[in-house]
Design a protein around this ligand. Structure first.
Ligand SMILES: Cc1cc2nc3c(=O)[nH]c(=O)nc-3n(C[C@H](O)[C@H](O)[C@H](O)COP(=O)(O)OP(=O)(O)OC[C@H]3O[C@@H](n4cnc5c(N)ncnc54)[C@H](O)[C@@H]3O)c2cc1C
Length: 69
């Protein structure tokens, strides 16, 4: 995919949030599935934005999952 509108919302540790904004233990998100990036429309065109987002937050999510944070 290029990107999605909406997506799964998360906290700063990349935990997916439930409907009450409570982190779901053991569930992480990164990349195209992350919410609030392009909620309504794609606001700007920046070279590498989506790939950099996927790799940066993917690394963070993976590290937190490995540490059980
Ligand atoms: C044509 C095109 C051009 C693009 N150009 C740019 C660009 O110039 N710059 C930029 O920054 N971004 C660009 N993007 C967007 C960028 O490629 C994506 O935002 C980025 O790859 C998202 O990374 P991701 O890891 O979230 O998802 P993906 O790269 O889609 O990775 C998801 C992976 O999960 C695997 N998978 C799916 N289901 C399962 C399952 N059930 N079990 C196991 N594995 C599964 C898939 O096979 C895939 O390997 C482009 C996208 C497209 C389609």
């Amino acid at each position: 995919m290029l990107y999605i509108f909406g997506g799964l919302e998360c906290d700063l540790d990349m935990h997916v949030l439930d409907d009450d904004d409570v982190p779901i233990e053991g569930l992480y998100v990164a990349g195209n599935s992350m919410g609030r990036r392009f909620l309504v429309e794609k606001p700007v065109v920046v070279a590498g934005l989506s790939l950099a987002t996927a790799t940066s937050f993917g690394r963070l999510a993976g590290a937190n999952a490995a540490k059980g944070v």
